[in-house]
Design a protein around this ligand. Structure first.
Ligand SMILES: O=P(O)(O)O[C@H]1[C@H](O)[C@@H](OP(=O)(O)O)[C@H](OP(=O)(O)O)[C@@H](OP(=O)(O)O)[C@H]1O
Ligand SMILES: Nc1ncnc2c1ncn2[C@@H]1O[C@H](COP(=O)(O)OP(=O)(O)O)[C@@H](O)[C@H]1O
Length: 596
């Protein structure tokens, strides 16, 4: 079991106490302790240990569970799939959905009779069983192999970062090109700070200028003008070496084999050469040494670039992968202020550690703990929280004279050509509020108080066609897919969300801030699972001593965000997923026992 630690100084890491959740009752009391990364217990959670151990592969073989787009009618239509294969799968999904719809029509009378006479819990169970029966009845005509290929042949996550790496190669140019509007917006306040900094004769650091008197409260709020390694362009890091040179080999073997050990000082590199050489050979050796130093440096970067970091949602170009388990996010004053407050709030264990600011080229970045650091083949899900994703200002602007956004109009048409009004079609543009509001109403945001923005599975394939999900049952199905019905993972998430719920109740930050567009990032691998609050770019403090309840619907002027409505929906859905996964497990136990 991998027990790699989080970087939190106050971190409390504890193993999940599976027994805290009664096997089939997910609403039972859970640990009130604060979890950060919850270790997924290897202990079996059901009594049929032997069977379960054997049946575990069959749980994992939810690989044969059809791709999500095929589980829920209509979802396969999303054109925003990440690769060609996904769109192929979507076509298959449509065909399958038509067939399924017909079959469902025929069975609906029988199904309704059966379902309406039951309690919600029984209803869910019966529904699940019916679905299972349908699939196992041989009438599910999807080519299971091709489903499998679809789900397991998505883009590798490293490809996702290629665009960003190109930008990395030349910070300044990248800044100008990528997401120019957003960059300028986010960094405009930083520009102001930079000017102040230049005027400051004491050479005060950027961080102290930005953070002012809050500096002392910060854990490591130091400026760190990232030094690129000499003679090194990041573009060269894409080069791969199949087998190391003997000298590198020697170094590798004498090192602790961690990638950081490759970041050698020149003294260390010198050691690989023998003494007693003449001046000529020393010069040659020196050149050789330098080239090896460069080589090793490149290797180091290459290795660090192969980290599993991925940006699942949000603005492309906003992030840079950094060294030492950190990611850099483009500076926003609003977000930096929030993170600053959060480091002194009960919510701190649920937020990536904030390490202050750093400049790279012309731009300023927020240094954040990399939540994927230490995870092996992480599986990630981004859930955008709240009953709305627009700020009230956006609505006010839309009424007065908001600029029309043709990009948003196009995104809208792509998802649903009939969505824009005749007027919007004519002007080929919509206001930002109109677009965001439409996104909220066509997803589960308005109804459930959150939506799944995207999921990345352990093979690196990314799926974003969850964004049209509207019902809790669909969310539950998505959670089962995302976790591959693994009970330990589901329980870890459930437990973590309950702990978050407690922390939110005690959080002065939460009471006094309107939290818009913030996400919960679910991350797990084979041994750990956790949920984190991220993205505070649209989270703003309330005026005076106003406080929010977060669990009531929004009405204009109230500034309520419905964050707790979303959290409660998620907890309920996770509980349902745990129930379903338990039944699945029980059934496979039974099947195992019946079969000789
Ligand atoms: O997810 P899609 O449908 O692409 O829409 C995005 C998200 O709503 C972004 O919100 P978030 O940052 O919460 O993900 C929002 O950014 P902001 O509202 O933060 O600016 C973008 O607005 P523009 O950045 O204006 O394009 C908008 O285009
Ligand atoms: N601290 C972090 N560690 C790891 N991944 C992160 C972290 N912060 C953000 N991400 C990744 O980046 C994505 C976008 O983050 P977010 O803060 O929402 O960006 P934006 O403000 O551009 O919307 C997330 O979905 C997640 O995949």
């Amino acid at each position: 079991m991998d027990t790699t630690d989080d970087n939190h100084t106050e971190g409390i890491k504890m193993e999940i106490e599976n027994q805290q959740i009664v096997e089939n009752d997910c609403f039972s009391t859970l640990s009130d302790k604060t979890h950060q990364h919850l270790l997924i217990s290897e202990r079996p959670s059901s009594s049929c240990r032997m069977v379960r151990l054997r049946s575990r592969p069959s749980l994992q073989s939810t690989k044969s569970f059809p791709p999500y787009s095929q589980c829920i009618g209509g979802l396969g239509e999303d054109e925003e799939s990440d690769d060609q294969h996904n769109s192929d799968m979507a076509c298959q999904a449509n065909a399958t959905n038509v067939k399924e719809d017909k079959r469902e029509e025929l069975q609906s009378t029988e199904r309704n009779e059966e379902l309406t006479t039951r309690s919600p819990r029984d209803w869910l169970k019966a529904k699940w069983k019916l679905r299972r029966k349908e699939r196992s009845g041989g009438s599910f005509e999807v080519d299971a192999d091709s489903c499998e290929r679809g789900r397991w042949s998505g883009k590798r996550r490293v490809e996702e970062t290629e665009e960003k790496e190109e930008f990395d190669d030349d910070d300044d140019e990248g800044c100008a090109n990528a997401e120019g509007k957003h960059w300028r917006g986010r960094n405009s306040s930083f520009e102001k700070v930079r000017k102040e900094e230049e005027e400051d004769e004491d050479g005060r650091s950027t961080i102290s200028a930005v953070e002012g008197d809050t500096k002392s409260s910060r854990e490591t709020p130091t400026r760190n003008d990232e030094e690129e390694l000499p003679g090194m362009t990041e573009g060269s890091t894409t080069q791969q070496w199949s087998s190391p040179h003997p000298i590198l080999s020697k170094l590798l073997h004498s090192s602790t084999s961690s990638s950081s050990s490759l970041n050698l000082s020149s003294a260390e590199s010198d050691e690989v050469f023998s003494e007693g050489e003449d001046a000529g050979s020393k010069r040659k050796t020196f050149r050789k040494c330098r080239s090896w130093k460069t080589f090793l440096t490149m290797m180091h970067w290459s290795m660090s670039r192969q980290s599993s970091w991925v940006q699942l949602a949000g603005h492309q170009g906003n992030f840079q992968v950094s060294k030492g388990g950190e990611v850099l996010k483009l500076y926003s004053e609003v977000e930096a202020n929030c993170l600053d407050c959060l480091m002194r709030d009960p919510l701190r264990p649920f937020v990536p550690q904030y390490h202050g600011l750093v400049t790279r080229g012309e731009l300023c970045y927020i240094r954040l703990e990399d939540l994927l650091s230490g995870l092996k083949r992480p599986v990630i899900m981004d859930c955008k929280m709240g009953v709305r994703t627009y700020q009230e200002d956006e609505l006010i602007k839309a009424r007065v004279k908001a600029p029309l956004r043709s990009d948003m109009y196009q995104k809208m048409v792509k998802m649903d050509p009939s969505a824009p009004s005749a007027e919007e079609h004519a002007q080929k543009g919509v206001t930002k509020w109109r677009y965001l509001q439409w996104r909220d109403s066509t997803s589960s945001t308005s109804t459930l108080g959150f939506r799944i923005e995207g999921v990345m599975m352990e093979d690196g394939s990314i799926q974003r066609d969850f964004r049209k999900i509207q019902t809790l049952a669909q969310v539950t199905e998505a959670l089962l897919y995302f976790t591959r019905s693994q009970l330990d993972t589901l329980r870890a998430y459930h437990s973590r969300l309950l702990a978050l719920s407690d922390a939110l109740k005690n959080s002065p930050f939460f009471r006094t801030h309107e939290v818009i567009g913030s996400s919960l990032l679910f991350v797990h691998d084979h041994s750990k699972a956790s949920v984190w609050m991220i993205d505070f770019g649209k989270t703003t403090p309330l005026p005076d001593s106003q406080e929010l309840r977060h669990n009531v619907p929004w009405s204009e002027g109230s500034r309520e965000d419905g964050y707790l409505i979303g959290l409660s929906s998620l907890v309920t859905s996770l509980a349902q997923a745990i129930s379903v996964a338990s039944w699945q497990q029980e059934e496979s136990c039974e099947e195992e026992q019946i079969s000789p």
